[in-house]
Design a binder for this molecule. Structure first.
Ligand SMILES: Cc1ncc(C[n+]2csc(CCOP(=O)(O)OP(=O)(O)O)c2C)c(N)n1
Ligand SMILES: [Mg+2]
Length: 544
């Protein structure tokens, strides 16, 4: 057998359905072997698009998304999407071709040390130096990528190795370790701290989604009567409509939810990841008791010193602690929750144009069914989405908040549609982030994934302007011109709509979902609300 064939057999053995990428000279043997494989290759228009597709595929499914490039420039183009997956804890396998092993020791056309290049953005970065080790390398890559905390495994396959012959080797059996139950004494210790608490609060992170423990989380909160705040990447772990839900934290400013933290004496962090929300922002005084419930030990941080750490399967830990802890009788957060709910609905009937962020989100939520999947890009729109989009189910609002790279939403929404063909898939993006990977509209059309792209058009790097205004009271180099997004969409063969009045927005989104093709909506946004929010939060009086 050719080594490239063995490599592809190993990927099939891992259950790979799709590989996203761009063929090149140095991976022609793998590309050829893929013709005789059950794996579908999705040809993209930029390797970054391929990496982001793998990223969101991994995040939504829990199974590694796979992306592939050639050596040198192809591989460097993968970098941003791979880094995003790695820091957002999405399992991804990145594969790159490489020049022959006979020329890697010297200056040579397109040769870069890829293993070292991917090292800081992967959990495992390796080169296949002998065809015989292919089954071990592939198995290890998948195992490392999927175990907590998930991330990227990078494999470089030199062209001479890919072309070589190999005998007597076959894929290794796939085994996935089950996380252990937490130690009983730790469960009891946490139970006692929570029972003795006056004002406990839960902060749930993306680890809850990865552990598929959202139902246990809700039961835990209900049984013990404790309010739940969530991070951006945990949207939907508790339905927003639930009376114990406080919404998302992490705008990095004072917010209503942080009032809950100010009041709390015990903060129960479940599947929480500090890449999302630095502890000094919510635990400045370092005097609260922190209970850490997660698969892995806590990161060291002077603002995150634990009272108790309960390690092991998150769902089991929550069930066991709920068994032994004493429920609270009263609920302190009713006013707080009502304030958040009222704020979300305040502009529901607003008619002003360009459209205010709150109103765009309100209409989007009204139009979309609860199981629709929204992928946010990164910018001011992300902050508003994180704060105000009401997610009822996990993995229905995907936000990159570890690496937080612009450009994720268009490729990401294509991946979501491949996984869930029956559910509406919407990218919510800034005009700048859209232009970073808009070339993938062609991919979506070619492979037949109906997606909606809702562009918040301000002809600016809106979030950066927001920061500049806040710090300096003026802005620097944030303006640009946009193409005509409607014509741009049409030039691909997609549909394009422009929203001319606020009344048009909801029907346009509804129509775009019904169109069942690739649709781009150009929606003018009024970002004067950004600084108003900053001013309001600066003057916040806690409603509890
Ligand atoms: C790849 C990348 N480049 C730069 C940044 C820094 N950055 C964060 S948001 C932003 C502006 C985003 O502009 P746009 O997409 O128009 O969204 P808006 O803020 O206007 O909603 C920039 C430059 C980033 N996060 N990712
Ligand atoms: Mg913008």
């Amino acid at each position: 057998m050719k080594a490239a064939e063995l490599f592809v057999r190993c990927l099939e053995n891992e259950g790979v359905q799709y590989i996203f990428g761009i063929p090149g000279e140095e991976n022609i043997d793998v590309m050829d072997a893929l013709l005789d494989s059950s794996i579908e290759f999705i040809t993209t228009r930029h390797e970054q698009g391929a990496a982001f597709m793998a990223d969101v595929f991994g995040r939504l499914s829990g199974k590694p998304g796979v992306c592939l490039s050639t050596l040198g420039p192809g591989a460097t183009n993968l970098i941003t999407g791979v880094a995003d997956a790695n820091m957002d804890r999405a399992p991804v396998i990145a594969i790159a071709g490489q020049g022959a092993t006979t020329r890697l020791h010297k200056e040579s056309h397109q040769i870069l040390d890829l293993v070292n290049l991917f090292e800081p953005i992967s959990k495992y970065s390796t080169q296949i130096r002998q065809a015989e080790i292919i089954p071990e390398v592939v198995r290890k890559a998948f195992k490392v990528a999927t175990t907590e905390k998930p991330g990227c495994a990078f494999i470089e396959l030199p062209e001479d190795i890919a072309r070589s012959a190999v005998e007597g080797k076959q894929p290794l059996r796939v085994q996935s370790p089950t996380p252990p139950a937490p130690p009983l004494e730790k469960v009891k210790q946490a139970g006692k701290i929570i029972s003795d608490a006056k004002y406990p609060i839960i902060m749930a992170g993306n680890g809850v989604i990865r552990a598929r423990a959202h139902e246990q989380l809700v039961r835990f909160a209900e049984k013990l009567n404790i309010p739940v705040a969530i991070t951006f990447m945990a949207k939907g772990v508790i339905p927003f409509s639930h009376t114990l839900s406080l919404g998302a934290v992490g705008l990095q400013a004072t917010d209503y939810v942080s009032c809950g933290f100010d009041r709390a004496d015990v903060i129960i962090c479940v599947g929480f990841d500090m890449v999302e929300y630095h502890p000094y922002l919510w635990h400045k005084e370092k005097n609260r008791k922190i209970v850490h419930i997660d698969a892995l030990p806590a990161e060291v941080d002077e603002h995150y010193v634990l009272e108790a750490g309960v390690l092991g399967d998150i769902g089991t830990a929550l069930e066991q602690i709920a068994e032994c802890a004493k429920p609270r009788n009263d609920l302190v957060s009713t006013n707080l929750r009502q304030t958040i709910v009222d704020e979300m609905a305040a502009l529901a009937k607003d008619k002003s144009f360009p459209i205010k962020p709150q109103k765009i989100i309100w209409d989007l939520r009204q139009v979309l069914e609860p199981d629709a999947i929204v992928i946010s890009d990164v910018g001011a729109h992300k902050m508003w989405m994180a704060r105000m989009y009401q997610a009822e189910r996990p993995n229905t609002c995907i936000i990159s908040n570890g690496f937080a790279s612009m450009g994720i939403s268009v490729p990401g929404v294509i991946a979501s549609k491949l996984l869930f063909a029956d559910r509406p898939a919407i990218a919510v993006t800034g005009d700048a982030g859209f232009m970073m990977n808009s070339q993938e509209l062609e991919t979506a059309l070619r492979i037949g994934t109906p997606i909606v792209v809702l562009i918040w058009n301000d002809s600016q790097y809106g979030l950066i302007r927001w920061h500049q205004e806040k710090h300096f009271g003026r802005s620097s180099h944030i303006d640009f011109n946009n193409p005509d997004f409607v014509k741009y969409a049409e030039s691909f063969g997609a549909k394009g709509y422009r929203v001319h009045s606020t009344d048009e927005l909801a029907p346009t989104i509804a129509q775009a979902v019904r169109d069942d093709t690739v649709v781009v909506i150009d929606c003018p946004v009024d970002y004067s609300e950004n600084m108003k929010l900053t001013q309001k939060l600066g003057e916040l009086v806690c409603p509890i």
